[in-house]
Design a protein around this ligand. Structure first.
Ligand code: AKG
Ligand code: FE2
Length: 262
């Protein structure tokens, strides 16, 4: 079993150092997103990629049409309302219970050093894993032509780890305004502009290399993954924590994303 010292690239990202934690906390407040390149050691990145490739044929693939708030189309809203327009998302997923217990991913996810870093960077009091066996760590595979349509997440923050970027397409795009879920604010005009016109000036594109950790506030930022255009799939890991204990992903969501409830 590996140790956290051999998984995180501490010389570039001293996540146990208060100065570094404060710097990251300032950066995410400034830019609304934190991108930590070469977060993993080369050895760990290779181990995780090997595991992801060995699990790929067990991935459950699903396709959904959803609104940007991840709802179904509503008869009550106008069909041109940006909150009622349908986006397409399709990808494959490996749930947590198929990941090796001794995997570097489990060591990273459970590491107090890593959890402490996440809490302090995101100004959170506590973080907890999902209590169901499927949702805490997910491997996501985006094959050629697969994508994630524009959406806001249900969770307030997201932590992703890029394991294999696709040479063509599969780009992460986002805007950092348009919604404040705490204040129940949503800028429909801006959102309509973004989802109906490609290349809006407020639309930002992130070039994410293999081994990069990304933290962002997905509930307030409209984001998407453009269709993968290469034969090489995009493989991305989501590290999913909750601010409260005893949370499980709904049975419906588990069935949709993993093809089973347990
Ligand atoms: O694949 C990504 O880079 C983002 C994933 C994402 O937005 C999500 O899982 O909700
Ligand atoms: Fe998302």
């Amino acid at each position: 079993m590996n140790t956290i010292e051999n998984i995180i690239n501490f010389s570039k990202h001293p996540v146990n150092n208060n100065e570094y934690i404060n710097k990251c906390n300032k950066l995410i407040k400034q830019n609304s997103i934190l991108v930590l390149e070469n977060f993993l050691t080369d050895k760990s990145l290779k181990l995780i990629l090997d595991e992801a490739k060995s699990l790929e044929d067990k991935a459950f693939y699903c396709m959904q049409k959803h609104t940007i708030l991840l709802n179904k189309k509503s008869e009550k809203l106008d069909k041109n309302d940006p909150l009622n327009q349908l986006m397409i998302s399709d990808k494959g997923c490996i749930p947590h219970d198929l990941i090796n217990k001794n995997s570097d991913l489990n060591i990273l996810y459970n590491s107090n050093i890593f959890k402490n870093f996440i809490k302090n960077v995101l100004d959170l009091k506590l973080i907890f894993p999902y209590v169901d066996k499927l949702s805490s760590i997910n491997l996501n595979y985006y094959q050629k032509n697969q994508q994630l349509g524009w959406h806001f997440d249900n969770a307030s923050f997201a932590i992703t780890l890029m394991i294999q970027s696709s040479p063509l397409g599969g780009e992460f795009e986002y805007i950092t305004e348009g919604r404040d879920s705490n204040k129940n604010f949503i800028d429909k005009n801006l959102i309509s502009d973004i989802i109906n016109n490609n290349d809006h000036k407020k639309q930002k594109k992130l070039n994410v290399n293999d081994g990069t950790l990304v933290l962002f506030y997905g509930r307030n930022y409209l984001h998407r993954v453009t269709p993968v255009e290469s034969k090489i799939p995009r493989i991305l890991i989501t590290l999913n924590y909750n601010e409260e204990d005893n949370i499980e992903l709904s049975e419906n969501a588990r069935l949709t994303f993993f093809g089973r409830k347990s």
